[in-house]
Design a protein around this ligand. Sequence first.
Ligand SMILES: Cc1cc2nc3c(=O)[nH]c(=O)nc-3n(C[C@H](O)[C@H](O)[C@H](O)COP(=O)(O)O)c2cc1C
Length: 197
Amino acid sequence: MEFAEVVRRRRMVRRYSPEAVPDEVLRRIVETARRGPSAGFTQGQSFVIVTDPDLRWEVAKLAGEGSYVARGFDPWVSEAPALVVVCTSEQDYRDRYGAPDKLGPDGKLNWPVPFWFVDAGCSMMLLLLAAVDEGLAAGFLALQSYNGLRTLLGIPEDVQPIGIVTIGKPAPDRRSGSLERGRRPAAEVIHHDRWEA
Ligand SMILES: Cc1cc2nc3c(=O)[nH]c(=O)nc-3n(C[C@H](O)[C@H](O)[C@H](O)COP(=O)(O)O)c2cc1C
């Protein structure tokens, strides 16, 4: 599929048909996410693929799926045949940025924004696009707290989940109310040479 078409087709899909996603397809999708950029090539991102039905059900409970369903949405997490928990490690960046080629002149670790979240966002986007490229659909949701998910999936303390990507064959879903906001006009968000230009 052409890149522009992949980007155009991508949207957060919140309902899936139950067919399993073959393991090799999931593997390709996650391998694509591993191609993302990372500050200092730290590669602090990791991925937990969850396909076991009981575990998916538990993850859905932790994700507050009940409250989505109560608001008229579909059970998009428990019914998605595959979930990928996207994780990032601040410690990996602290280790990498402590190396001689990265330490600031004052000998301090420094970054203007938390690179571990920047890079996790890049990985997440690649997962979404790779799923579309495979003829599937994907969605992303954040949790209020990741403590339960950590315990359920055995994610180490120093690894921070940033959210869950749901993957599967799309089924007709209820769109998010947020979309009523519409896309902001290009002139508001694209600046050329100067902010006010
Ligand atoms: C960081 C982030 C967190 C999000 N969290 C949720 C979420 O918890 N639940 C949800 O339904 N959608 C979530 N979304 C999806 C957004 O609502 C969605 O991207 C936005 O409405 C635009 O729709 P589209 O992605 O389908 O174009 C999240 C998106 C991002 C980037």
